[in-house]
Design a protein around this ligand. Structure first.
Ligand SMILES: [Zn+2]
Length: 133
């Protein structure tokens, strides 16, 4: 059976032994010995089952690492500002235990939360103004 590209319908050609880079938020990891099929026309790739699993697992690992790094950064800044998790959650919304979930990596904080805390990290004196608002 000839496999055809899901994007353009051109016949797919097999490949094997390739190393592909997975990138996420500035971090990257190489996944070696990947195999599958490639469209000669548009370049679309279909990995074999084992390769697809290993490629996806590498991506999941990068996402988890990024979540934990974001959580650790928020925890460091929150402590520097002298806030407990409930106070930090009240400041940013998202529920009373939002910061607990951010800091443990269970939930990815919205970019606005990370940006606010990075600003407060540089200008901690602005926290008083926010508390009064
Ligand atoms: Zn194609």
């Amino acid at each position: 059976m000839i496999r055809s590209c899901i994007c353009c319908g051109t016949a797919l050609l097999p490949f094997a032994g390739e190393t592909h880079q997975v990138d996420y938020q500035g971090a990257s990891v190489a996944v070696a010995d990947l195999s599958g099929f490639r469209c000669a026309s548009c370049g679309e790739i279909e990995f074999d089952e084992d390769s697809a699993e290993r490629y996806a697992a590498a991506g999941d690992m990068l996402v988890l690492a990024a979540r934990h790094a974001a959580g650790a950064e928020l925890r460091r800044i929150r402590k520097r500002l002298g806030l407990n998790q409930v106070e930090a959650s009240q400041l940013t919304g998202g529920g009373h235990n939002a910061f607990s979930r951010y800091e443990t990596g269970k939930v990815v904080p919205a970019p606005a939360v990370v940006n606010l805390f990075r600003l407060l990290d540089r200008h901690p004196e602005e926290l008083d103004r926010l508390k009064r608002a």
